[in-house]
Write a protein that binds this ligand. Structure first.
Ligand code: SAM
Length: 290
């Protein structure tokens, strides 16, 4: 394998192509082969897996993935990386690089285009930290049921939110969104020293196994998430205050009645409700909130 992942080699290529790292694009390149191969292992990538990678950067993770996978489809926003990736991967036949903003890409269309023989689909990436949550949400909400596993490096502080439980400080709307559609697990924590340049925060690799059936049944997913966002809008306020703020003062009595109907104390805070309680809450609020 044409490895580029050591610190020295990374520096060399940056110099050769006179590539100026853009912090605004979350460009923190991985320089540790052990971590790279552990990420690939954490996703159980094999020759029946098609991997969708976000942000190949200089291609360090892409190279490891291509060795283990049937195919790698890498989506990169920064066109300046094209000559680097072209030269590095000219002899590779199982890597497709798509230059596009992943937040604008049609994920299901990309998957349909590349996954034609019922292969296993995994998303694997060292994510740009400025857009971790929107990228995760994009894959979790993609209108496709074939993504099996997502393994990504993210900020440790965000990783801790994913499997947080009601009542914990890091429990929030992201915890609920992730637990609604997957089983999250922290696979390893990663020190800052394995990146060039070093990020300001510690990192972790997480794995999400997507559920075939969502954790709870709701009739209107958009409204379910609207209720959750409303309940967490101001963490110090009670559920009642946050809901009234979101749905209007004139709905106060109606909200109270419905909370009573499902046995939820209006003085509770949003952070104490379980995902099942949010499902019930969104169902009873739907007629007045929609
Ligand atoms: N995979 C490489 C590695 O591990 O060394 C680079 C990871 S770096 C943390 C994040 C990469 O995502 C950068 O290459 C950056 O240009 C790219 N990126 C940032 N925003 C993006 C977006 N919206 N869509 C696609 N790629 C993006």
């Amino acid at each position: 394998m044409n490895k580029l992942s050591t610190s020295k080699e990374t520096q060399l290529i940056l110099k050769k192509f006179d590539f100026k790292i853009k912090k605004s694009l979350g460009q923190n390149f991985l320089i540790d082969d052990n971590i790279l191969s552990n990420i690939v292992k954490a996703a159980d990538v094999d020759k029946d897996t098609i991997v969708f990678e976000v942000g190949p950067g200089l291609g360090a993770l892409t190279a490891h993935l291509s060795e283990a996978a049937k195919k790698v489809v890498a989506i990169e926003i920064d066109r300046r990386l094209e000559p680097i990736l072209k030269e590095r991967f000219q002899a590779y036949s199982n890597i497709d690089i798509v230059f596009e903003d992943v937040l604008k890409a049609d994920i299901s269309a990309l998957i349909d285009e590349h996954v034609t023989n019922g292969e296993r689909v995994a998303v694997v990436a060292n994510l740009p930290y400025y857009v971790t949550t929107p990228i995760l949400m994009r894959f979790l909400e993609a209108k496709t049921s074939v993504i099996e596993t997502i393994v990504v490096m993210i900020q440790k502080e965000v990783a801790e939110r994913l499997n947080a439980e009601p009542g914990e400080k890091s429990y929030g709307s992201l915890s609920i969104a992730v637990q609604y559609s997957s089983i999250p697990k922290i696979m390893m924590t990663v020190p800052k020293t394995v990146f060039i340049p070093q990020p300001n925060v510690d990192s972790a690799v997480i794995r999400l196994d997507l559920l075939k059936q969502k954790k709870v049944k709701v009739n209107d997913e958009d409204f379910f998430f609207r209720v959750i966002r409303a309940a967490f809008a101001q963490r110090r306020k009670t559920l009642m205050n946050n809901l009234t703020h979101a749905f209007g003062k004139e709905q106060k009595e109606a909200i109270l009645t419905r909370l009573e109907q499902i046995g939820i104390d209006p003085k509770r805070r949003g952070e104490t409700l379980t995902i099942e309680e949010y499902a019930k809450l969104s169902e009873v609020l739907l007629p007045i909130g929609k």
